[in-house]
Design a protein around this ligand. Structure first.
Ligand SMILES: C[S@@+](CC[C@H](N)C(=O)[O-])C[C@H]1O[C@@H](n2cnc3c(N)ncnc32)[C@H](O)[C@@H]1O
Length: 226
């Protein structure tokens, strides 16, 4: 059965057929700040969950980091492979549902980050499974950076039965409008976000309201495995 949180697959196919990328090629500023904050060495392995078209993983690989980039969308990972060839960098790209990832990855990381992916998971049980799986993929005291859309005040859930329905959406980079899969979205307030993170076994080091060009208002959290 198709998972509602894999609706991006359809959006990527449509946009890639047009010769475009859905996201920009710019890296996420909050990610660069996190790398600087912990002074992460280029000798360490970093894992990205929900890498999409790879803008962050490719940027870090170009700066000498060793990356594993994981996404549920086959089309996203196909495009990542193409882009890493073009940009002459190596990234270990993997197609996998992050909720079931520990069956696929036989190792743990010191550093994991995820940008704009948890906000696609609407159901509490899916969010908890996502967070617990990531927790299990971290080494003891490993660090996790989580960035999602939201202002920390509003609570909202999209209708997951409509995730694959086509909607008119503006493609920011080309300025054109396309009919693409609506996908899914959950906005959560800080109180509930904090609870779900602690329930999944994380210590919260920092909680920040940030803003970037890709998602506008974001909730950014620095986490450590408890
Ligand atoms: C909004 S996009 C963000 C992509 C990228 N991180 C960025 O910011 O450009 C969300 C991504 O999460 C992926 N995704 C959603 N649910 C997932 C899951 N359960 N496991 C792995 N990837 C998932 C989608 O396929 C999509 O590529």
């Amino acid at each position: 059965m198709k998972k509602y949180y894999n609706a991006y697959e359809e959006r990527y196919k449509k946009i890639h057929e047009e010769g475009l990328l859905w996201a920009s090629k710019n890296p996420t500023p909050e990610l660069i700040n996190w790398i600087d904050y912990y002074n992460i060495s280029i000798d360490d392995d970093i894992c990205e969950i929900g890498c999409g078209e790879g803008r962050d993983a490719l940027y870090l690989a170009e700066h000498g980091y060793k990356l594993t980039g994981i996404d549920i969308s086959e089309e996203a990972i196909r495009k990542c492979g193409e882009l890493s060839k073009e940009r002459k960098v190596h990234v270990n790209w993997i197609v996998s549902d992050a909720l079931y990832l520990n069956k696929k990855l036989n190792r743990q990381y010191d550093w994991i980050y995820s940008v704009g992916t948890l906000h696609m998971l609407v159901e509490d049980k899916d969010r908890q499974q996502f967070l617990k799986t990531i927790n299990s993929l971290l080494k003891p005291r490993g660090k996790f950076l989580l960035i999602n859309m939201g202002n920390g005040e509003v609570e909202r859930k999209s209708d997951v039965s409509k995730a694959f329905e086509l909607q008119e959406r503006n493609h920011t980079i080309s300025g054109k409008t396309f009919e693409v899969a609506g996908t899914s979205y959950r906005a959560i307030n800080w109180e509930n976000h904090k609870k779900e993170l602690e329930d999944a076994g994380f210590i919260i080091e920092k909680m920040l309201n940030t803003r970037n060009e890709e998602y506008f208002k974001c909730m950014t959290v620095y986490l450590t495995k408890d």
